[in-house]
Design a protein around this ligand. Structure first.
Ligand code: NDP
Ligand code: GDR
Length: 374
């Protein structure tokens, strides 16, 4: 891709180019990722570093360190000039920070992964969820548009993290042509972000793509999403740190894939000749109960001995059945998932057994309370 590099930065910064604005060696691409500290951000960063990209991530200020998912790839720039992943403070609720980092980093590709991504929590904080998920995407698109208009860097490409939640109560299988019927403030906000992205593509000719990704999980999944909540509990029950697992609706069905496979689809969308929207899914759906069967069964436990239904985990409106039709992504992008359902569950249980064993050492040594639950 063509890179205007430090010249454009010099114009925007009034001649004061910063070290971050220095153009990387010819031919190396630069990516900017929002939500780099999340599950997908960490896998996408590993993927892009392997492809030879320089990766810049926007992180938000937190009173606790929030970089645990990317610590293993972080190289302190004080120690090495070879660091190819760099982190900067910004927030999707702060438009000025988004524009400033675009102007400084001069990315070739922008991946908007940041979100208040918990569906149940979006009913508790609907206003904030809309601000980050819907208006946040708009702020970033607008920052990209004004950055392009100021610098002429028209080759820049944008990825929007869309969700199968947008289909909501639309009957399965859901494809790009299925209608959206969102069932939560989160899902409604993702629909807005989807249409903002389509609009900026049509109105300004920006290379902007929506990935409509079905659920994808991993050992790095947040601990209050149902899959990880289950596998964490399996690990802790197996080593004797926990006995009960409180859950909500076990009959909901989801199309669960592996996050490591899905980040490749994000990248592939931005490598096409034309920007477009794609459903990414395994095309297989399983209930929460089936997930429990496989996860507990794998280590010789019976889920019915441990699971207690707690009404607080039911949602005001539920999405009953998601099963994707990813024909288009398979045909156009040549993408397909590598990890199947059982393999995914076992991968997560294996890692969470190891984690629970480490916790057990701390509990036995008196450094941690056994009741301390994730
Ligand atoms: P996570 O919840 O693991 O990560 C979300 C990321 O967004 C974190 O890095 C978080 O930072 C960051 N973030 C939250 N609020 C803000 C804010 N105001 N400003 C800047 N950054 C913020 O999500 P996933 O990795 O699972 O998902 C990635 C994206 O894909 C999200 O947009 C999600 O909605 C969407 N998606 C996810 C699917 C899935 O199954 N995983 C399926 C379909 C779509 P911090 O670490 O500080 O909290
Ligand atoms: P989801 O994921 O809402 O599909 O959104 P989650 O794992 O939270 O819920 C899946 C299903 O499990 C049921 N469930 C429970 N869920 C949670 N979190 N905790 C429980 O105790 C529990 N008991 C039952 C839920 O009711 C639901 O039906 C995820 C997120 O990553 C979104 O950001 C993303 O857009 C979608 O996947 C695709």
């Amino acid at each position: 891709s063509s890179k205007s590099g430090s010249t454009a930065a010099a114009v925007i910064n009034g001649g004061n180019t910063t070290s971050a604005a220095a153009a990387p060696p010819q031919g190396r691409k630069t990516a900017l990722i929002t939500g780099i500290t999340g599950q997908d951000g960490s896998y996408l960063t590993e993927f892009l570093l392997n492809k030879g990209y320089d990766v810049h991530g926007l992180i938000r200020r937190s009173s606790n360190f929030n970089t645990h998912r990317i610590n293993h790839i972080y190289i302190d720039p004080h120690n090495s000039h070879k660091a190819r992943m760099k982190l900067h403070y910004a927030d999707l609720t702060d438009a000025s920070s988004l524009r400033r980092w675009l102007d400084t980093i001069l990315p070739d590709e922008v991946y908007n992964l940041a979100a208040q991504s918990h569906v149940a929590v979006s009913f508790e904080i609907p206003d904030y969820t809309a601000d980050v998920v819907a208006t946040g995407a708009l702020r970033l698109l607008e920052a990209v548009r004004s950055h392009i208009s100021a610098t002429g860097r028209t080759h820049i490409r944008y990825y929007q993290a869309g969700s199968s939640e947008m289909f909501g109560s639309s009957p399965p299988p859901q494809s790009e042509s299925s209608p959206f019927h969102p069932r939560s403030p989160y899902a409604a906000s993702k629909c807005a972000a989807h249409w903002y992205t389509v609009n900026y593509r049509e109105a300004y000719g920006i290379f902007a793509c929506n990935g409509i990704l079905f659920n994808h999980e991993s050992p790095r999944r947040g601990e209050n999403f149902v899959t990880r909540k289950i596998t964490r509990a399996v690990g802790r029950i197996k080593v004797g740190l926990q006995n009960k697992l409180f859950l909500g609706n076990l009959q909901a069905s989801r199309d669960w894939g592996f996050a490591g496979d899905y980040v490749e689809a994000m990248w592939l969308m931005l490598q096409q000749e034309k920007p477009d929207d794609y459903v990414v899914a395994t095309e297989e759906s399983h209930t929460v109960e089936e997930f429990l069967e496989v996860a507990f069964g794998y280590v010789g436990l019976k889920w019915r001995d441990h699971v207690v239904i707690d009404k607080r985990y039911f949602r005001p409106a539920e999405v009953d059945n998601l099963k994707g039709d990813s024909t288009k992504a398979r045909r156009v992008l040549g993408w397909k998932p590598k990890v199947g359902f059982e393999q995914l569950v076992k991968m997560m249980v294996d890692e969470d057994i190891e984690l629970a064993k480490r916790e057990k050492v701390l509990v036995d040594a008196g450094y941690m309370d056994a009741q301390q639950q994730p």
